[in-house]
Structure formats: structure tokens, C-alpha cells
Design a protein. Structure first.
Length: 102
């Protein structure tokens, strides 16, 4: 239950391998702050990874490369705009209710 390293992240999501490591590390840090381990439990690392991938994919889409979106175009807003954000939401939906609001 830790925030993955940039190397671990790139192994899981090689499509982001061409991005600068500080950009990936920044997204991982941001995702780690938004994904409390106490809430996510055993799937914390997976949730952080998918949220970081969502953050990166939406940034990349904004500059025209459109990595990770459905059919090259985002469908929806917020977390539904990327496949990674959708997976993050799926993971969140599988958690037991605990009183936390994310």
C-alpha cells in the first residue's frame, strides 16, 4: 500500500514511458495525496496508479496526443474522460462504505 515509483508506474503503463520522469512523479504525488491508504486498503497502489494515469492522460490529451481516451476523444468529464479515470471509479465503487467522502 504505497505510492508506486515512476519505474513501477511505467512498467504498468508503458504508454507513458516517453514522458519526463518529473512529470510522472508529479502525477504520482498528486494521486497519492488524493487517494488515502486508510480508505483504499489493499488496492491503494492500484488506485494511485490509475488516478495518476488519468491525470497524465488528460494532460496529454490537452496537448493533442490523446493517450488513453476512448476512440481518441474523451467521453465525459472529470474521471470519466479517460479509461484510467473510469477504472479508478470502478475501484472506488468496489470499496466498502466507510464514511469517507472522496
Amino acid at each position: 500500500m504505497t505510492v508506486p515509483t515512476s519505474t513501477e508506474f511505467i512498467q504498468r503503463f508503458p504508454e507513458f514511458g516517453e514522458l519526463a520522469l518529473p512529470v510522472i512523479e508529479g502525477a504520482l504525488t498528486e494521486a497519492g495525496r488524493s487517494t488515502p491508504a486508510a480508505f483504499w486498503g489493499a488496492i491503494h497502489t492500484e488506485a494511485v496508479s490509475n488516478l495518476a494515469a488519468h491525470i497524465l492522460s488528460t494532460r496529454v490529451m490537452q496537448i493533442g496526443l490523446q493517450v488513453g481516451s476512448q476512440s481518441g476523444q474523451p467521453l465525459g468529464t472529470g474521471l470519466t474522460a479517460s479509461l484510467y479515470g473510469q477504472e479508478y471509479e470502478r475501484l472506488k465503487g468496489n470499496l466498502a462504505l466507510s464514511g469517507f467522502a472522496l
